[in-house]
Design a protein around this ligand. Structure first.
Ligand code: GLN
Length: 539
């Protein structure tokens, strides 16, 4: 097999340009040509992983099947490429330093002074190459978080510079920049791009390709000008103009031959351009959908566009495969109370109760659930959402008004959601939850087993608290059935209530398992039921 090729994606001018989407799109294009591709993200912050960050910092925390709390870009990689990523796909400065310091303590450096160069950079380089060597990928795309010019990115860029020398033709650097439109002058400006490329050159890196993010289409002249000033050929400058959906980006880049240019640079035969048939069909469905489906998402981070990224994408994929436009409305959980729940939720065809941590908004989620349960509105509770389903049912059906999760009230009279025994001694917050993929046996007669078409599933988790099995019989007797169970521990993983058209709570996160070409059955069925409600309302 040929050597693994390494592609680095860096960013300049401003943050939030969508490096992750460009990396995922490029990965998609190479994968469509039959190459085995993976993508990794290097984040320059000192946190060991984003697990301890709140969503205001970096949006949703994604979880890999091997139990790593990861940057949300890994979600894009998985959704675009339909591959699984792992702990090795997301590295932070914190992890690099932790490894180096551990080695130093073990005496691995044999009395040497341990320095940023070469020890930190060597550790970065080792991690860059790890996936390629271990799994023999044809392409490893590495997205470097942050913006060129940040102090924190320097060791990563220095590692890229060294790797460019070592890997020679097997290494390509793609730099993503921003070309602003100055409305007063009615002109686009390439100077920030030129400066950003200069900054890369100052640290010894000549980018091989440039992707220009822009709100307005750029002329050939502008692209040629950038090529001239930035030391690259004209074919090596492509533009990524704003498109209605991120899933268009692979097509935008393919039209400009970006994947072909990359293949030429690494000395591979390009061959015919792949059709991307399934991908285009998905987009076609998206664009041709006329009717909508209205979903309410009850959570506490409504103002944050990335806080529930994977849930949003999973619902959107399911809506598209059901030929609907998704009208997803966030409802701030802490604004919901007994008096306004009906008013706030009555227009939705179905409701999702979001995951979360801490007490803010929980009482609102309980009011929302009381309303959807009593009014036969399809409801999906995810993680904390399921835990709230259990609490609401305990309070209003079992009559245990003191029911709660011990996360909120450690002295609750009925601890229907409680800490697992092994969690009781945990003091560190980082990486210490029940994380990653676990098997789950489903009751073969359950609604869930019908939806999955199987009574044995595997889904990802991220939580500390669990359904308290002490009360299981009570719940079952009153119609809330514990239909999913961990086969090894007996922990309850899913509940549903009888007599309701669609009321399912899952302790796991199905949203981490839905991709563009493989929409998740649970979201598919949820949307189907929402559409049924929508149609009934219309009649
Ligand atoms: N806070 C809850 C727990 O830790 C739920 C977590 C979640 O929704 N991801 O168990």
């Amino acid at each position: 097999m040929a050597d693994t090729k390494y592609i680095f994606v860096t960013g300049g001018v401003v943050s939030s340009l969508g490096k992750g989407i460009v990396a995922a799109s490029l990965g998609k294009l190479l994968q469509a040509r039959g190459y085995n591709v993976t993508i990794q993200k290097f984040d320059p912050y000192i946190n060991i992983d984003p697990g301890t960050l709140n969503p205001y910092e970096h949006g949703e925390c994604y979880v890999t099947d091997d139990g790593h709390e990861a940057d949300l870009d890994l979600g894009h990689y998985e959704r675009f490429l339909n591959i699984a990523t792992s702990r090795a796909n997301n590295i932070t400065t914190g992890r690099i330093y932790q490894n180096v310091i551990q080695k130093e303590r073990r005496g691995d450096y044999l009395g040497k002074t341990v320095q940023v160069v070469p020890h930190i950079t060597d550790e970065i380089k080792r991690n860059v190459k790890l996936l390629g060597q271990k799994h023999q990928f044809d392409f490893v795309i590495t997205e470097i978080g942050g913006t060129v010019g940040d102090i924190e990115s320097l060791p990563f860029l220095e590692s890229v510079r060294q790797l460019k020398w070592e890997l020679k033709q097997n290494c390509v650097v793609v730099h993503l920049t921003y070309v602003p439109f100055i409305s007063a002058a009615k002109e686009v400006k390439t100077k920030p791009t030129q400066h950003s490329v200069k900054m890369l050159q100052e640290v010894g890196i000549q980018p091989d390709m440039l992707v220009l993010r822009t709100e307005h289409p750029l002329s050939e002249d502008i692209l040629s000008k950038v090529a001239l000033f930035c030391n690259v050929t004209k074919e090596s400058v492509v533009q990524s103009v704003d498109v209605p959906t991120i899933y268009e980006v692979p097509l935008v880049l393919q039209r400009q031959g970006m994947d072909k240019t990359i293949l030429e640079k690494v000395g591979l035969e390009a061959g015919p351009t792949p059709e991307l048939k399934q991908w285009k069909e998905f987009l076609e469905k998206m664009h041709s959908a006329k009717e909508t489906v209205n979903i309410g998402l009850v959570g506490k981070y409504v103002e944050l566009q990335d806080a529930y990224k994977s849930i949003d994408e999973s619902l959107m994929q399911a809506a598209i495969y059901n030929h609907r436009k998704l009208n997803l409305v966030s409802v701030q959980s802490d604004k919901i109370n007994e008096n306004n729940a009906a008013e706030l939720l009555k227009d939705f065809d179905a409701v999702v109760i979001a995951p979360g941590f801490g007490s803010r908004g929980v009482e609102g989620k309980l009011c929302a659930l009381k309303y959807t349960r009593e009014n036969n509105i399809p409801t999906l509770g995810i993680c904390l959402g399921m835990q709230c389903m259990v609490i609401e049912f305990a309070r209003n059906v079992l009559g245990n008004t003191g029911a709660n999760t011990t996360e909120i009230n450690p002295n609750a009279a009925f601890k229907v959601i409680d800490l697992m025994e092994e969690q009781k001694t945990v003091t560190d917050l980082g990486g210490s939850m029940r994380l990653g993929g676990y098997d789950c046996s489903l009751n073969p007669d359950s609604h869930l087993a019908k939806i999955y078409g199987s009574d044995f599933i595997h889904e990802r988790h991220r939580h500390r608290f669990e359904f308290n099995s002490q009360y299981r019989k009570d719940f079952e007797a009153h119609g809330m059935h514990c239909v999913g169970e961990n086969p090894d521990t007996g922990l309850v993983e899913a509940v549903e209530i009888e007599g309701h058209r669609w009321f399912i709570g899952v302790q796991f996160h199905p949203e981490y398992n839905s991709t563009v070409v493989r929409p998740h059955p649970l979201f598919m069925d949820f949307i189907r039921e929402a559409i049924a409600v929508h149609n009934e309302k219309k009649k």
